[in-house]
Write a protein that binds this ligand. Structure first.
Ligand SMILES: Nc1nc2c(c(=O)[nH]1)N[C@H]1C(S)=C(S)[C@@H](COP(=O)(O)OP(=O)(O)OC[C@H]3O[C@@H](n4cnc5c(N)ncnc54)[C@H](O)[C@@H]3O)O[C@H]1N2
Ligand code: MOO
Length: 413
């Protein structure tokens, strides 16, 4: 069990994530094959190569006439290029005739070009002179109005890399390849528990000193938004035996357990103690150089991740976004390539805390730019999260950010 004094040396976020990684990598070896129609939000477990070129035939993007572009060079309204029309290609059918010089074939949008054709003249730029004779009133360049073989995807190239989250566009991509069964990570089963003598269920009327459970629902929502199979197990009082019993069940039924409250150093320091007792390796960190989120605890119990998140509602949400979400979306193993959006900071942000900081911000459009407005307010205020669109990261070694500076922001889901 991880009970050495090392534990109580406050870890950075990166160190905390690294300390957990070796114990849970086996989860990322699991594979489930699911129907493509059910794959939204799931994470692919392998690189997926294109099984065929897309398109696999030269495809017209306009209604018109397939031609050799060189036959139209110099054509204009006043001096149309003459083309002999050799019939029409039907949608979904392959033309058999090789297109010769001075010849054209009528085409629907999406139709297959005949061999020899290298452009399509839009119907708007055709004049029918009678019988098979057409005039082209606007020249086309080679490649114009068509999609070439493999222009979208080349056979064999990796079209989805391992641990990519499937969005609607990836579903279409997989469909284009005939991949109707997709290898994905199993959904993370996440159990959520709120702790604290003062916490009551939302349907109850709070007495003075009591607070309705907020974190159980924010964390449930965040876990569901990450595609997890999440369940809220309710509220447990600050009682070691009760907590032990519920945690044992939760660890059996889930891949990850999230507690909130009772994580700061003090009389309610039970969860850290329990995490360390319940299995191997136990508690791996207690306290992070993170703001908000200083009292965060984390560990692994027999291959299951367990986090104790701060009780303050905004802290719990921010800490979820920084240290929990990366496991659920597999970004701990594969950072999603999309660069973060940027905007202009509207106020100075001071950060002399000696902790890495995630600042709640509102993002307001400003012409071509975005204005990034810090939200002032304590981490005990849920409304600060309701107002927030995104988080701005301030590194450990940075004292602050000046108004007017361009900053990256990460959108909250
Ligand atoms: N002397 C010190 N006091 C505190 C420190 C510190 O370093 N020294 N750290 C502060 C920070 S930062 C935070 S964050 C909180 C974290 O406290 P805990 O994680 O132990 O949580 P609690 O004390 O149980 O609760 C804090 C606050 O949050 C409310 N809470 C808890 N659970 C919920 C819930 N499910 N829904 C809504 N609200 C919840 C609770 O009632 C308290 O108001 O500690 C500071 N103190
Ligand atoms: O660090 Mo606490 O988690 O500020 O709210």
């Amino acid at each position: 069990m991880g009970s050495s004094s090392e534990l109580f040396k406050v870890k950075t976020l990166a160190e905390a994530i690294d300390s957990l990684k070796p114990y849970v990598l086996s989860f990322y070896q699991c594979v489930e094959k699911i129907p493509l129609a059910d794959s939204l939000g799931r994470i692919v477990t392998q690189d997926i190569p294109a099984t065929c070129a897309l398109p696999h035939f030269r495809k017209s993007t306009m209604d018109g006439m397939a031609v050799r572009a060189s036959d139209t060079f110099g054509a204009s309204e006043s001096m149309p290029a003459l083309v002999q029309c050799h019939g029409e290609v039907r949608m979904g059918e392959a033309p058999t005739e090789l297109l010769g010089q001075g010849v054209g074939v009528l085409m629907p949008t999406g139709g297959m070009l005949p061999e020899g054709a290298d452009a399509v003249v839009m119907v708007e730029h055709l004049e029918h002179f009678g019988e098979e004779l057409y005039g082209v009133t606007k020249a086309v360049a080679p490649g114009e109005n068509l999609i070439d073989i493999g222009e979208d995807l080349i056979e064999g190239e990796v079209i989805l890399s391992k641990y990519t989250r499937i969005r609607a566009q990836e579903m279409g991509l997989l469909a284009s390849q005939g991949l109707i069964h997709v290898p994905v990570l199993p959904r993370f089963r996440v159990g959520i528990l709120s702790t604290g003598d003062e916490i009551i269920s939302p349907e109850q009327e709070p007495l003075p000193g009591q607070s309705r459970d907020i974190n159980g629902y924010t964390l449930l929502g965040q876990a569901l938004a990450c595609g997890a199979n999440a369940r809220h197990y309710g509220i447990v009082k600050d009682n070691l035996e009760e907590l032990r019993s519920v945690l044992t069940t939760m660890l059996e039924e889930n891949d990850m357990v999230l507690l909130s409250g009772g994580s700061s150093v003090g009389s309610r320091d039970l969860s850290a103690q329990l995490i360390d007792e319940l299995g191997d390796p136990g508690l791996l960190f207690h306290g992070l150089a993170l703001r908000p989120g200083k009292p965060t605890i984390g560990g692994v119990v027999n291959g299951k991740l367990i986090f104790g998140l701060p009780g303050h509602p905004a802290s719990a949400m921010v800490v979820f976004d920084t240290i929990v979400r990366p496991w659920l979306d597999a970004s701990v193993l594969h950072s999603q390539a999309n660069p973060l959006p940027k905007g202009t900071l509207t106020q100075n942000l001071y950060s002399g805390s000696g902790r890495e900081e995630f600042v709640r911000v509102r993002v307001v459009p400003d012409g071509e730019d975005w204005q990034v407005e810090p939200i002032r307010g304590k981490s005990g205020l849920i409304r600060t999260m309701v107002l927030a669109d995104a988080l701005v990261h301030i590194d450990l070694d940075i004292e602050g950010l000046e108004a007017g500076k361009e900053v990256c922001f990460r959108l909250l889901r």
